[in-house]
Design a protein around this ligand. Structure first.
Ligand code: IPE
Ligand code: IPE
Ligand code: MG
Length: 245
């Protein structure tokens, strides 16, 4: 049976966030260099983007490079940056054909010029697409994002645009790089690691977390469907009792 048929399309998460992990271990297991894993990770990105869009998910956020990832060997960092340019350029036609809008969160100013240029071009060319928004988290760190938001709000207070008691969750959210994007209802991490690694700390306050041992390069539509099915079988209580729902 098609793994999609177990999904209730009326109860879909609007926003799914993914920590794509395990590229290096997948490659190592095959006796290949880590970069081979990253290259094969692109296939999974393509599959999951298509898979999410085709069932009707509206936002998909993929954690592609964390601020901490700069500490990796420089050749791995360069390979990842090149892969980014290559992938965005290659996939642009497919994104357009599939009516998918590309966006990015993170400190893009630190990316190499060529990577940033390819990315901004992709964002510009797909900005009017409406089927799904694909958000790449690049040089992203949730604590960095929160600090940026604090500075933005503080500046508004200092400019007398806001008083301290007017600061609320809505104001704060508006200063995050995810402003206007609903919080992810479902967060998936591949590769068996069960940590958040500085991803979307504010936005996942009430997300359902799903961990799978599948390495990212092997993650396919059926794995995505399974994660959604698992999500749909959970009771999201938001502090209430079961009886109140
Ligand atoms: C995820 O795979 C991709 C990035 C972080 C860029 P890893 O490269 O972290 O692979 P593992 O975790 O070492 O196996
Ligand atoms: C998290 O994976 C970052 C991305 C998936 C881009 P890492 O592999 O860098 O995380 P840690 O180091 O295992 O926490
Ligand atoms: Mg990892």
């Amino acid at each position: 049976m098609d793994s999609k048929s177990n999904i209730n399309l009326d109860k879909l998460p609007k926003h799914i966030a993914v920590i794509m992990d395990g590229n290096g271990r997948w490659a190592k297991q095959k006796g290949m260099p880590r970069v081979f894993g990253h290259r094969n990770g692109v296939t999974a990105v393509r599959e999951i983007t298509e898979g999410a869009a085709e069932i009707g998910v509206k936002y998909l956020t993929l954690y592609a490079f964390s601020t901490e990832n700069w500490s990796r060997p420089s050749f791995e960092v360069s390979a990842l940056m090149r892969l980014l340019v290559e992938t965005v350029r290659k996939e642009l036609a497919t994104l357009t054909k599939n009516n998918i809008r590309l966006q990015a969160i993170g400190d893009l100013s630190r990316l190499p010029d060529s990577s940033r240029k390819a990315l901004l071009e992709g964002i510009e060319k797909t900005k009017n697409n409406t089927r799904m928004t694909l958000i790449l988290a690049l040089n992203y760190s949730a604590r960095w994002e929160i600090m940026q938001a604090v500075k933005t709000v503080a500046q508004k207070v200092s400019d007398k645009e806001l008083t301290p008691d007017q600061i609320n969750e809505q104001v704060f959210e508006g200063a995050l790089s995810t402003a206007g994007i609903p919080d992810p209802e479902l967060l998936i991490r591949t590769s068996g690691e069960t940590r958040i690694s500085n991803f979307l700390l504010w936005q996942i306050a009430y997300s359902e977390l799903y961990f799978t041992s599948v390495f990212w390069p092997e993650f396919r539509k059926e794995h995505l469907h399974k994660a959604i099915e698992d999500f749909q079988n959970r009771e999201r209580r938001f502090g209430k009792t079961s009886e109140q729902l």
